[in-house]
Design a protein around this ligand. Structure first.
Ligand code: SF4
Ligand code: SF4
Length: 412
């Protein structure tokens, strides 16, 4: 994979870390060269290589720009894992605890009960927490079952990935997703034995991703549904890999006695259930339209990197955005990274803030009353929310998931 780069440099201008630093080693081409030189033994294992690897947001904009189809995301994933496995770096203790909890949904949901309560009460002690009304005790699975019995939709059958952080902290977005799907005659099933998608473990280079992928393969591939829908683009990308049966890491394979990923084909599923972004899926349905004739609000839509560069979708369908009833437009630089990068904004907060500063400045002068920044990934929502407390945006604005703008229970 490392030899597929032809050094053309087309990726440089889309890379946020190269744009910030102007340092070739902090670009996709530079990182690929460092990793290759190490792999070929021309460069000794070097702390700078680890530092440049950690500086990468993982936005995958370089994949979209690359004419040689270099699988940068896959190489990055393997390299992060290799650095951790070799003891060259380690994720911070707090994040390792968070990843361990995220892999145990019932425990994570329990541990995050105070966060749900604080959000309900409007107490937002962390810059990433945005306001919302998550259910304190009822799960999305139970809510979906209740609504299915009440409304008995007859259309397409989908399973919903509820996610770890989404279910534990931002559950109201899952509830809104269920309401919108059922209102549009979609049958929704929420398997209770599903697990975390493994994206967080992947970002941190931790072991255990294959176990999580296995769990989700069992939970979703056995269902009689048309597709699995995800309301978080990063989780959707990770779940897609799981259901296809891709392995997480060469090293996890070698640890169990396999020397290369040729072994992946042993576990590949020839008929995986397709994984779809929920908004992309809704773009193909005849949607109930929201009507907001007197509303002076303006919605600025930002496109998550893992939606457009990871899942390779063109964006959020216009028909879905029109159905919200709001006046909307794409945010300036909507296709650029906001700096969230999974846990990047916790690991590299200064870089993340600088990347966000470039994108968020427009909100200070944006037209609308109120101004709503809408996107479709909870980690991007958290990052956009932090623009307020970081002092990047000084005027009032709210951050919402696009699915919440379609919600039949949302205020007019
Ligand atoms: S994933 Fe994003 S930050 Fe990393 S090298 Fe590619 S474009 Fe740059
Ligand atoms: S665009 Fe692709 S081939 Fe060209 S330098 Fe970047 S990674 Fe290498």
């Amino acid at each position: 994979m490392l030899t597929s780069c032809v050094h053309c440099g087309f990726c440089l201008e889309v890379c946020p870390t190269y744009q910030l630093s102007g340092d070739e080693n902090n670009s996709p081409r530079g990182r690929l060269r460092l990793w290759r030189k190490e792999a070929e033994g021309q460069l000794p294992p070097d702390p700078w290589t680890v530092a440049y690897t950690q500086d990468c947001v993982g936005c995958l904009a370089c994949e979209s720009a690359c004419p040689a189809n270099v699988p940068y995301g896959e190489i990055l994933e393997q390299t992060r894992h290799a650095h951790v496995a070799a003891g060259r770096t380690q994720a911070p203790f707090k994040l390792r605890v968070a990843a361990a909890l995220a892999a145990r949904p019932w425990l994570f949901n329990l541990a995050m009960t105070p966060a749900r309560l604080l959000r309900r009460w409007g107490v937002l002690p962390h810059r990433f927490l945005f306001a919302g009304q998550p259910a304190t005790t009822q799960s999305t699975a139970s809510y979906a079952q209740q609504l299915m019995l009440q409304h008995r939709p007859t259309g397409p059958r989908v399973a919903l990935l509820t996610g770890c952080l989404m279910e534990a902290v931002f559950r109201e977005i899952n509830f809104a997703t269920v309401r919108v799907l059922i209102e549009n005659n979609v049958q929704v099933f929420v398997p209770r034995d599903q697990g975390c998608c493994g994206a967080m473990q992947e970002h941190l280079g931790l072991d255990g991703v294959d176990r999580l992928r296995d769990q989700n393969r069992k939970a979703f591939n056995a269902l009689n549904v048309d597709c699995v829908v995800c309301n978080s683009s990063g989780c959707g990308l990770a779940l897609g890999k799981s259901l296809k049966g891709e392995c997480a890491s060469v090293l996890e394979h070698s640890a169990i006695g396999r020397s290369d990923c040729g072994a992946i084909s042993d576990t590949q599923n020839p008929n995986p259930v397709p994984v779809r972004d929920v908004l992309d899926f809704l773009g193909e349905q005849k949607l109930v339209q929201r009507n907001r004739p007197q509303n002076k609000a303006r919605v600025y839509v930002d496109l998550p990197c893992h939606l457009i560069h990871g899942q390779k979708l063109a964006g959020i369908p216009n028909s879905v955005l029109d159905a919200t009833g709001y006046q909307w437009e794409l945010a300036p630089q909507a296709r650029d990274c906001c700096g969230s990068g999974g846990v990047y904004n916790l690991q590299q907060p200064e870089n993340a803030k600088e990347i966000l500063a470039r994108k968020s400045a427009f909100l200070n002068d944006a037209i609308g009353d109120p101004v709503i920044l809408a996107t479709s990934n909870h980690v991007c929502m958290m990052q956009w929310n932090s623009a307020r407390s970081s002092g990047l945006v000084t005027r009032p604005y709210s951050v919402q998931h696009v699915i919440q703008l379609l919600d039949p229970l949302a205020k007019k």
